[in-house]
Structure formats: structure tokens, C-alpha cells
Write a protein that binds this ligand. Structure first.
Ligand SMILES: [Fe+2]
Length: 279
């Protein structure tokens, strides 16, 4: 049977993708951010996941104000890197796993989570930057990907509790898939950042680190953090962290922290990264 072995959380700062694409990762400014993922790249080589369920948000690349799915699942054979205004990133095409994706879609919808099914979609930095951080610069991504896109761009995003419950439903779906697959679930986005307005550049190290602490420990409290707290404490884009709760909800109650990293700054964003293994 398919099984979720680990959860990975990571910021998906677009500038990290640019630094990798243009070979700037050894520059003094970027080096510390990439150093925090070196352990992970070795770990991923050992783990060899067959599939990553990659929870991310689209930034007006595949979706815009014409269509705003709260939760969407990619069921396609492949996903091309999106053109976000300066040409697509020169990274491999992302290969999907349609059988598992359709199975998750069916299982979640019958489990009363009304996913939007997407059969054609380009994927932006929200999805490709985490792949770069975890696998480096590679000719082919070493695993299949099931994209799960969450609306955190246009109000109202889903609640943390709803995200958590979706994670639980995704875990039930994976457990009932008959193929023997090593599956990881990744939650991306965050941590504290605000890109516009008078508070642009806001970083809240203390809040971010407490969030990281609680992902391993006192998890239930995280489900009920209201949107307004993310907004006040972590800036207008900090709400992306609800996507980490889908990852956490899909894991067992008991997890083991395998790796943790926090770094400021990367452009004007706090970079957070956590690996939790199912105990
Ligand atoms: Fe984002």
C-alpha cells in the first residue's frame, strides 16, 4: 500500500529560485539560506520518495480573479513551469501521478472535501522553488508530484482547521491506494512576510519559531489560529502558513523532527524549513 513517510515544510521564496537558476547560491547573501537545505538534499537521496504531494499556492499564474479554487488537485501527466513575467524557470517539467491524484480526488470528495480537479496547469515558484531547495539543480526531478493548490491569495482563504482536516483526508486517501509507494507531503509558503504597504518587510522571528515548535509539539492549538493573527503577527503573506497545516494534518499524531532551519533574510522573507518523520 502507499504510505506517507514524512512531511516537509518550506518557504517558497521566488528569489531563492532565481539564485539557484543564475548560480548565485555561493554568494555571501544566499549561501546561508541554501546551507540550511544541504542536510535535506542528502536526506532526500536516501529517502527516495516515489511521489510528493506538494501543497502550495499559485500566485496568479494558473488562476486569476476569473477562477479561485479554495482547494485544487492536479491530476495531469505533467506540469510545465509557468511564465511569471520573465519567461519560465529553466527547471525540469514536473511529472504528475494521475492514478494517485485521481484516487486522492475521489477519496477526498467522497470524504466531503470538494476538491477542484485540474487537468491542465502551469506551476509557478510556489511549487518549483521547493523542488529546487530539496533536490538542487537536477536534469529531472527525482519523483512524481501531485500538486495541491490552496487559495491563500484572495480573501477568504480556508481556515487552519479546515486545512488540517484536509490533511487528514489526504492521509486516508493515500493509505487506501493499493500501489506500494513512498509518499511525502510538503507544505510550502511563509514564513512571516509582507510584500506591500507600510509594513512591507515585516518579519516576526519569535512567532515563526513558536509556530515551528508547535508543529512538532502542541499541534492542536495550531488548528485554531485565526486569520487575523497570521495577518497581524506575520504580515499579509504569512497566511501561507495554513498550508503547512495540511502537511501536519496528514502526518501521525506522533512525529520525529529530523531537521529544522530558520533564516532571515531571503529577499524580504523569513525562510523556515522543517522535516517531520512519521513516528
Ligand atoms: Fe507564496
Amino acid at each position: 500500500m502507499a504510505r506517507i513517510t514524512a512531511g516537509v515544510a518550506s518557504s517558497h521564496v521566488p528569489a531563492l529560485g532565481v539564485a539557484s537558476d543564475f548560480d548565485k547560491t555561493e554568494e555571501a547573501y544566499w549561501k546561508p539560506a541554501f546551507a540550511g537545505y544541504e542536510w535535506t538534499r542528502e536526506w532526500e537521496k536516501e529517502q527516495k520518495p516515489d511521489v510528493v504531494i506538494l501543497v502550495y499556492n499559485d500566485h496568479a499564474s494558473a488562476f486569476d480573479m476569473k477562477i479561485i479554487p479554495t482547494f485544487a488537485i492536479g491530476c495531469s501527466e505533467e506540469y510545465k513551469p509557468a511564465d511569471e513575467g520573465w519567461g519560465p524557470r529553466q527547471v525540469p517539467v514536473v511529472k504528475g501521478h494521475p492514478d494517485l491524484a485521481w484516487h486522492i480526488a475521489q477519496s477526498c470528495i467522497l470524504d466531503e472535501f470538494d476538491m477542484t480537479i485540474i487537468n491542465e496547469m502551469d506551476v509557478d515558484h510556489g511549487l518549483t522553488v521547493p523542488l529546487t531547495m530539496m533536490f538542487g539543480k537536477v536534469p529531472e526531478w527525482p519523483c512524481r508530484v501531485v500538486p495541491v493548490a490552496v487559495n491563500v491569495v484572495t480573501y477568504p482563504p480556508p481556515s487552519g482547521n479546515r486545512c488540517w482536516a484536509l490533511g487528514e483526508a489526504i492521509a486516508r486517501a493515500v493509505e487506501s491506494f493499493p500501489e506500494d509507494l513512498n509518499v511525502q507531503i510538503w507544505g510550502t509558503g511563509g514564513m512571516s512576510h509582507q510584500l506591500q504597504g507600510p509594513r512591507a518587510g515585516l518579519i516576526n522571528k519569535e512567532w515563526d519559531n513558536r509556530f515551528l515548535d508547535r508543529l512538532e509539539g502542541d499541534t492542536q492549538e495550531l488548528r485554531y489560529i485565526p486569520h487575523i493573527e497570521y495577518l497581524r503577527e506575520t504580515g499579509s503573506e504569512g497566511i501561507e502558513m495554513v498550508m503547512w497545516l495540511i502537511m501536519r494534518g496528514a502526518l501521525n499524531d506522533k512525529v520525529k523532527q529530523a531537521h529544522r532551519f530558520y533564516h532571515v533574510p531571503a529577499s524580504n522573507t523569513a525562510v523556515g524549513h522543517l522535516i517531520l518523520e512519521n513516528a
